[in-house]
Design a protein. Sequence first.
Lengths: 524, 125
Amino acid sequence: MTLTRRTFLEGLGRIGGTSLLLAGMEAFGMGIASAQTAPPPLQGGGKGKKVVILGAGVAGLTSAYELGKAGYDVTILEARSFAGGRSQTARKGFQLTELGGETQTCTFDEGNYINHGPWRIPFHHRSTLHYVKEFGVEVELFNNDNDNGYMFATQGKGPLANKPVRKMEIAADMRGNAAEILAKVVQSGSLDQQFGAGDKELFLEYLKSEGWLDGKDYKYHGTDGRGWITKPGAGLVAGTPSKPYDFTDVLHSGGWRVLSSVSDWDQQRTMFQPKGGMYMIPRGFVEKGGVGEKIRYSTVVEKIRQNAKGVEISVVDDKGQKSVVKADYCICTIPLSVLKTIDNGLSPAKKAAMDGAAYAPVGKIGLQMKRRFWEEDHWIYGGHVFTDDMDIGSISLPSTNWLGQKGVLLGYYQFFANAAKVSAMTHVERTNFALDFGQKVFPAYRDSFESSFSVAWHRVKYNLGGWAMWSDEARARDYPILLQPEGRIYLAGEHLSHIGGWQAGGIESAWMQIAELHKHASAS
Amino acid sequence: MRSLLIATALLTVATPALAADGSALYQQNCSACHQPNGKGIPGAFPALSGDKFVVGDPKAVAATVLNGRGGMPPWKDTLKDDQLAAILTFVRSSWGNKAPAIPAATFTAVRNGAGPKAAKPMPGH
């Protein structure tokens, strides 16, 4: 029998337990955290070899910073007039013109912003956090889970559908009732053969604690964790505990469908965000990392060619001036959605493989509110209002400027067909659409509204989509082809990672490709 | 948010279109990219006006719209077969296109058959 990777790992698990299994997984680069925690050592240095990098998103910035440190002579060609790629932050004066759409100029007050691109950094994205630390980017906690937030189920039925219901109530009642039912089944003896000696008692004990069950009949009567009718106070005010909802109503509301989302690996606490917006990450590379002076802004790639000696990139700047940039190597971080529309000179196999990636239509809108009614009236500090209305997706409350005066909340975050649909609206229509929904959740929503900024990433030039998606077939068939360098050209970006759509994917893909490039350059 | 995406499977279109209005549904769902005049945006979104694929094999058209391709999302979870039929019939007979209607049954058949698989949706970031 050949020892496959899986049987090897299973063997480790059997012999050494979990810790050895995890160590083995790390060794295979398939660990449970984002796989790399630090940039690759580029031993021997670049000795002045020239590398042209296409795109100043986090993948391009990472490549330029690390290769530059190793002594390579790097130049970044960036189509936009600013760095960061999708790591953008809309603040006062920020402009965006969607393809086929009007030009928006952000009119938020000073200090207010929306991260219309990436907006949160999970604790296990060690690569992103590596640069946060390296450049001294100030971060604050991003609240990704709020027990006092609302669920607003529109697809369900009954008295708890189509109204805001606190997450703590739904969560407690689902856990309590599920634990009670399971405890009854266990007590009846019908699961006895599932248990080893002593297991049953321990499991019942667990259910009791998990579901706040009382007495010998293991009954769920509610818990203070689902909130109060009147809250405990001073003196004689003991508080009135809340009563559980009818279990049928909770089930039929459908609100429980979104409960597990924040337990997903990439949604768990702890999460961070840079103070002042996600743009602080690219700014770290540009200013603290010194990459800024290596960027040629407003320079659009028109043609990519290579021969045995080097690469030649034909570009045009914002004044229509054409030129050719020559280098020994090229790292191309242009999204595949855009790269395939450029005269890229790549092989038919690479071109066909690029078609395997789908790009996600994604929409977001930031709404500046003159008063933080979600904090003042509802005691909701950050986190999300989850809904199964997929044209909205979620409303997210800001994790910055806590208890301040104004705030910018995220009015919708939708994907795919829903995003395509909403993006057909004008910006004013999108704003009204978002306000109409928010008004159902928060009575002060529309009255508090001041200004808005929206994006539909599939209509953003130089991106044409929020992030790349690979079907299982395309991941197996096309993706490996794109990971291979073609001559002197290396592709990098979130699209060439298993951390797609996250900045960590772009950074770690860059780490991988600069190591490959360095290996090749050192051998020649 | 992965679970929000799972919820798409539960979506039912709220207003059952008795006689689905292809033009209105096109403007609502497709025009953001392909543009109200069907001319798309060169280098970004393909034109539907005068496009050979669009006026070609109805089954291939139905499979592409149901499952998505490149930057176009799959539509099978958000639009019903009669709505998709109305949209594609409108597209195939507008802006100079002259191709026969695609009946809802074609979408239903492709949906039930083993069409090409859509890209796996990913959670929000």
